[in-house]
Design a binder for this molecule. Structure first.
Ligand code: PLP
Length: 494
């Protein structure tokens, strides 16, 4: 941002002085003030060049520039309106003036054009080396040393017995269900408050999902709702073949409580940790609590291979089965023989190279995302209606996404208002996941709410996911906070 004090001139300033200030501050623009302190106009390099061409000398004053009304915008501007005005007049700087005509800020096109996105890939320094090694050794085709090394590195990182690198997190969930024998006619319990990729593989297997609500402490699966779903399953003789517990936005579900319930009925748990790699539950890494765990390396996740996933387990047999199924289920024979249906779900050796590099910076990425969440918490501390996503004592969240809810009892501002205000400033924010039991795709599915009220319905209505990429700087986080703060100030004043 341009320091206003350093670029002030008057009509008596000489061309030479003006050029010196432009040169020193690299601001690209000067503010010419009237004697009463209000704005006369802005002055650019171009304006001075034109004066010189007209024959005005360097030691003469800027006086000839006086008399053209400046293009300005009022305090209540939006980024979109400011940009429109700049485009209309082909200018790159726009003064913001208060009611009295005094300049309070200069907007620059390059800052308005800048987009702040929800969560973008953030590469480290080693990815290229691992990928180049794959090229150098012509190990491009599926499998190879990067795949093996990436599997071992992920398994070591989270303390799992072994891991299978796959083409996506969705593929990992699909294989986990397949391996557990989920078939047509079976039911599978699944968190309702999640991304659709958690539940789609249930349909791939021809099975029927039953959706379980969240609790408000972690926003993840409600043990209370899960218990009622099991009570119902016992009463109707429809025991689920598996339970998919999702860890949302970088935070683990209350695994001990959920696992204890599932163990009572001897039903295995798949932990969908696609969004929570790097998080911990009571000190133990997210994803390692169920019989199998799933990670995703999709482009928006905390680390990425541009696309990819991992299935982990302490049970080597399960992972070997996953590797077998993910490479077309080829029998151990020289000729191409197949006894069961297989899939083409393996990760390539190139992408595994990216993954190896990314894993090296995972701890840094977690620290950055947690710091961004902290900055938001501090920035919103004075706005009572804004509640950051809670973090229970047993949770170490990565805050993959920083999510807030808006209390409708305390504000008329809705999630969609916040998202729109941010969009006007070129900032990408998103609603929270629309729960599965509200999706047309799953219309008619059974659903067990937490209590009389559905927690996930509320989180969907009130939630906003804020830009959280680990490559955001503190100024960008501040910009997001300021836009939301201004929205609240405007509405409070109205
Ligand atoms: C991203 C995601 C997945 C799927 O991972 P992909 O690698 O994109 O297939 C599954 N579950 C949740 C909760 C996710 O956020």
């Amino acid at each position: 941002m341009v320091e206003l004090q350093s670029i002030l001139v008057t009509s008596r300033t000489s061309l030479r002085q003006a050029l010196e200030i432009l040169n020193r501050t690299a601001s690209g623009v000067l503010i010419m003030r009237k004697p009463d302190g209000t704005l006369e106009r802005t002055v650019t390099d171009g304006d001075i060049r034109r004066l010189l061409l007209e024959g005005v000398s360097l030691d003469e004053s800027l006086e000839p520039l006086v008399g053209t009304a400046p293009i300005v915008i009022g305090e209540e501007y939006s980024g979109a309106a400011a940009l429109e005005l700049m485009n209309l007049h082909s200018i790159n700087h726009l003064p913001v003036v208060d009611d009295t005509g005094k300049v309070i800020e200069i907007l620059e096109r390059k800052h308005l054009d800048e987009q702040i996105l929800l969560s973008t890939p953030h590469l480290g320094s080693l990815e290229r080396e691992f990928v180049e090694e794959a090229f150098r050794t012509n190990w491009i085709a599926p499998l190879g040393p990067n795949v093996d090394a990436f599997e071992t590195a992920v398994a070591d990182y989270v303390g799992a017995g072994c891991a299978a690198a796959l083409s996506s997190g969705t593929a990992a969930i699909h294989l986990a269900l397949h391996i557990l024998g989920v078939r047509h006619g079976d039911t599978v319990f699944c968190s309702s408050f999640t991304f659709v990729a958690s539940a789609n593989p249930v349909l791939y297997q021809g099975a029927t999902p039953v959706f379980i609500d969240s609790e408000s402490e972690s926003w993840n699966m409600s043990p209370q709702a899960l218990q009622r779903a099991f009570d119902h399953a016992v009463a109707t003789g429809t025991m689920p073949r598996a339970v998919i517990v999702v860890n949302l936005y970088g935070q683990s579900a209350d695994m001990d409580t959920l696992l204890a319930i599932c163990r009572r009925y001897d039903v295995p748990v798949i932990e969908d940790a696609a969004e929570s790699l790097g998080a911990r539950y009571k000190g133990k890494p997210s994803g390692t609590h169920g019989i199998m765990g799933v990670y995703s390396f999709n482009g928006n996740k905390i680390i990425t291979t541009s696309g990819g996933g991992m299935l982990i387990s302490d049970d080597r047999e399960l992972i070997e089965k996953a590797r077998f199924l993910s490479t077309q289920a080829r029998d151990p024979a020289h000729h191409y023989q197949h006894s069961e249906v297989g899939f083409n779900y393996r990760m390539s050796n190139i992408l595994a190279g990216v993954g190896r590099g990314q894993l090296e910076v995972l701890a840094e990425r977690v620290a950055s995302r947690r710091a961004i969440f902290q900055q938001y918490c501090q920035g919103f501390a004075h706005i009572e209606a804004i509640r950051p996503m809670p973090e229970p004592a047993w949770s170490f969240s990565t805050h993959w996404l920083s999510v807030i809810t808006l209390d409708p009892c305390l504000t008329g501002i809705r999630a969609s208002d916040v998202i729109r205000a941010l969009a006007d400033e070129n900032i990408e924010a998103r609603p929270t996941w629309k729960p599965m039991h509200l999706q047309p795709l799953f219309a008619g599915s059974a659903y067990f709410p937490h209590a009389d009220v559905s927690v996930s319905d509320r989180l969907f209505e009130q939630g906003v996911c804020l830009p959280s990429g680990s490559n955001m700087n503190a100024q960008q986080v501040n910009k997001v906070i300021n836009v939301i703060d201004q929205l609240f100030n405007r509405v409070d004043a109205a």
